[in-house]
Design a protein around this ligand. Sequence first.
Ligand code: GTP
Ligand code: MG
Length: 444
Amino acid sequence: MSLTDTIVAISTALDEAAISIVRMSGSEAVEIANKVFSKDLTDVKSFSAHYGQIKDPLEDVVLDEVIVNVFKAPKTYTCEDIVEINCHGGIVVTKQILTLLLSQGARMAEPGEFTQRAFLNGRIDLAQAEATLDIIEAPSEHASQFAAMGIAGSVKRLIEPLTSKMMDVIAHIETNIDYPEYTDIEQLTHEQVLPLSYEIKDEMEVILKRAQTGQIVKEGLKTVILGKPNVGKSSLLNALLEEDKAIVTDIAGTTRDLVEGWIRLENVSLHLIDTAGLRETEDVVEKIGIDRTKEALEKAQLAIVVLDASEQLDEQDEMILDMTKDMDRFVVYNKSDLVDKNNEMSISAMLGDVSSLVDAINKKYQDTQVVLNNPTLANERQIGLMKQAYESLLRAIEAGEMGIELDLVNIDLTASYTQLRSILSPQGEINLLGEIFSRFCLGK
Ligand SMILES: Nc1nc2c(ncn2[C@@H]2O[C@H](COP(=O)(O)OP(=O)(O)OP(=O)(O)O)[C@@H](O)[C@H]2O)c(=O)[nH]1
Ligand SMILES: [Mg+2]
C-alpha cells in the first residue's frame, strides 16, 4: 500500500438521508473526479464548491446532480488533494458513485485510513488521531467535549512541557558524559537533577489523577441501583432518566435483568444500571437476575442503595448496606411521600422528586469541571504510558537519592522520556540522539 495512491470511501452513514458524501484523497483525486464530473476541476481554487453532474463516462448516463468540494494539498485533512462528492443520500446512488470512482482508479480506503494519512503526513499526532475516533464514538456529551479538546491537540500541550523539561536534564547529563572537554557546559550534580525530577514527578501525579477522573467523565460513572425488591429502584431509574425505561409494578421481583440508561448530570455522566431486587428466592429466573446484580456491583464505581422510607429497615436492607459499605455510595430513602419525617436523602421516585440525590452526586463529582476545562489524557493507552513514565521516573529519583552516578540515573530518565513521548508518536519514530543534540550546539 503506497501512501500516494488515491483512496475513496463513503464518509457518511450508508442509509437513506438527504445527502451522502463520497470522499477521495490522494494525488489523483482531482484527475479521477474529472473523469466522472461535468466540470474540469484541475485549476479550481482550494476550498471551493462546484455544482454539476456525475456521469459514467462509458455509458454516458447521469447518475446524480451533486456538489463537489475540492481541497488542494497540503492544507487539507490528509495533507493530500481531497475531493468530496456531496450526492443525494440514496443508498443505491451513493454506492454507484463509489463503484464508478473505484473503476476510474481510486482504491477503497481501509477503515480509518484518511485519519491515518493525516497522521503519517505529520498533520496530527497519535493522540489527535485517537481523539478523532473518540468524537465519533463518544457515548456522552462529556466524552464528546473531551474528544474535541483532543483533536485540538490538548494532549500534546499536556505532554510537551514535561518532555521538554526532561530533555533539558537528559541532554545536559549526556553532554557532561560524552563531551567532558566542553568545560563551558557546567557539570550537573545530584543537587540540581533531583529538584527538577521532583517537579516533573509532581506534575505527572496531577496529570494521572485528572486522567482517572477524566475516564469517569468520558465513560460515565458506572452506577448500580441496589435494594431489596419493591423499594422503587426501577422507579428511581425512570425518574432519573425522565422516561419509562424499566417496568414498574407493585409485585416484588419485577425486574429480573439489568436495565441500563445514561444521563448527563451537571458534573458527571452516569451509566445507570437498575438491578433485580436482592433477596432469598426459589424462583430460577429471579435467582439468575440476582447473580447479575452481584456481578454488576463488582464492576460498579458507585452504588445507589435504595431503602423504603415508609418501612423499618430489615435484615435484607442491612445486608445490602453491609455489601456496599466499602465502596462509593449514596443511601437514599425512597417513598418519602408516604411519611412525614424526611431526612437529608429523602426522595420520591414516584413523584419524580430526586433532586437531593442529584445534588449530592454533583457535589461529590465537582472536580470533574476542572478536568473538563483542562487538557487530559484521553484513553487507557495514554494513561498506561504515563504510568510507565512515572514509574521510570521514580526509579531515577530513587537512584539519584542513593547517590548513584548520574549516567546511570539517566538510563531511567531516558526510559521515562521515551514512554512520555510515545503518547504522541510511535516509539520507532523517536529519534533520541537527534533530540538530545538539537539542544546543544556542539559543532562549534
Ligand atoms: N408512594 C410511592 N410509591 C413508590 C415510589 N417509588 C416506587 N413506588 C412504588 O413501589 C412499587 C415498586 O416499584 P419499583 O420501581 O418496581 O420497585 P423495584 O425496587 O424496582 O422492585 P423490583 O424490580 O421488584 O425489585 C411500585 O408500585 C411503585 O409505584 C415512591 O416514591 N412513592
Ligand atoms: Mg425493578
